[in-house]
Design a protein around this ligand. Structure first.
Ligand code: F6R
Ligand code: MG
Ligand code: MG
Length: 371
């Protein structure tokens, strides 16, 4: 059976105003170029979306992950959108375009990307998650809950096709190494890693061998780009995206969405330097206004039909998430009252690539030795 590939590639190429939203003209430009790419057969289908100041390109095709043509298309779209952003003098035009020219793969060039290649089932629900003002490790907690927490996912207990659990691929994004872990057998070891979310991030989740689904085809994948490692300094957070497949031996749609009723604390927010709650919102509310946030999550739900998108449904556009949003606002108030104090502000280690060290350096000469 033919495989399909879903690529979700995003970049901040200019904010409107400040770092709050994406200007509609950028979306229009991206739509225009992707429509052309459908005609020339580079992709089968697409959707253009936005979360905060991030322009999000969702593409369906049959070319596998890391396809040079698909990646180059995304790069060209972000380049053209940067030109539009420059004309409008949008804020930080071209912010995530950290390299001058394309060299075969968009990874390591600034934009964030996540891709899933899989054998399309008779009914193939797929959820695209996009977050702004936070980092890839912000997905650790919700993805863990979806695929490993029986208090979240009833199917882990009830459904014999899920009962043996899942395999997790975890990346150490500091040392650039990875480890595969078996869940639930190694759950406690896994939590020892992924609880440290600024360093260890869930990259992919796989079904176990001998189950309903091919064990080599990932069922969830998260972007892991680290902008400061490319640029050498703070250029904005690595606002992450994820793709999650669902149902029939995988977490049901409602089990994939249940973790988002908890507005967990993530790092990012103002100047990429603060801890704050993730607020799940409808697309129309994905505007990072308060203290450049609070960090937002949106979820677009699709059925995939031969690599094409049926949808989206704006999944957090639902009063079922009102309580999470209210709680996020209460937590945001509480955290904000700490002002410049930790743990609202990130610990010094995580401030290394922000502008703070430049301020501290100015004080270096003034320190005297004490007994
Ligand atoms: C967060 C983010 C913003 C900026 C802040 C200062 O990821 O991008 O919070 O860090 O608005 O921006 P500059 O330094 O460009 O004025
Ligand atoms: Mg920005
Ligand atoms: Mg952003």
């Amino acid at each position: 059976m033919a495989k399909v590939t879903i690529s979700l590639i995003k970049a901040d190429v200019g904010g409107f105003p400040g770092h709050a939203t994406v200007h509609p003209q950028l979306c229009e430009k991206a739509e225009e170029m992707l429509s052309e790419a459908v005609k020339t057969g580079i992709v089968a289908d697409f959707r253009v979306m936005a979360c905060g100041d991030d322009l999000e390109l969702l593409m369906g095709h049959a070319k596998g992950e890391n396809d040079p043509e698909v990646h180059e298309l995304a790069w060209k779209i972000f380049t053209a959108c940067t030109d539009v952003a420059k004309v409008l003098k949008l804020y930080g035009a071209g912010q995530d375009m950290l390299k001058d020219s394309f060299s075969g793969n968009i990874r390591g060039m600034g934009p964030g990307a996540t891709e899933l290649e899989f054998t399309e089932r008779t009914g193939e629900p797929l959820i695209a998650f996009m977050m702004d003002k936070t980092e890839p490790g912000a997905f650790n907690l919700p993805i863990f809950k979806m695929f490993a927490d029986p208090f979240n996912t009833a199917g882990l207990v009830i459904d014999p096709t899920m009962h043996s659990g899942f395999k997790f691929e975890i990346w150490d994004i500091q040392d650039h190494v990875r480890v595969f872990m078996d869940c639930p057998a190694e759950m406690y070891d896994m939590l020892a890693l992924i609880g440290a979310k600024s360093r260890y991030v869930i990259k992919r989740v796989y079904p176990k061998e001998g189950g309903k689904l091919p064990s080599e085809e990932p069922v969830a994948a998260v972007s892991t780009e680290k902008l400061y490692e490319i640029a050498g300094e703070y250029v904005g957070k690595d606002d992450p995206v994820a793709l999650v497949r669902s149902q029939s031996g995988l977490p049901a749609l409602g089990e994939v969405l249940e973790p988002w009723t908890f507005p967990h604390l993530v790092s990012g927010w103002m100047r990429g330097s603060h801890n704050g709650p993730v607020m799940p919102v409808a697309f129309e509310n994905a505007n990072c206004t308060r203290f450049d946030g609070p960090p937002r999550a949106v979820a677009a739900g699709f059925q995939i039909a031969n690599g094409k998108f049926v949808g989206p449904v704006d999944l957090f556009n639902d009063p079922a998430y009102d309580a999470a949003r209210d709680e996020a606002n209460v937590i945001a108030n509480y955290m904000r009252r700490h002002g410049p104090f930790e743990p609202h502000r990130l610990p010094l280690k995580d401030m290394e690539y922000t502008t703070l060290p430049r301020v501290l350096r100015r004080l270096e000469d003034r320190f005297e030795r004490v007994e």
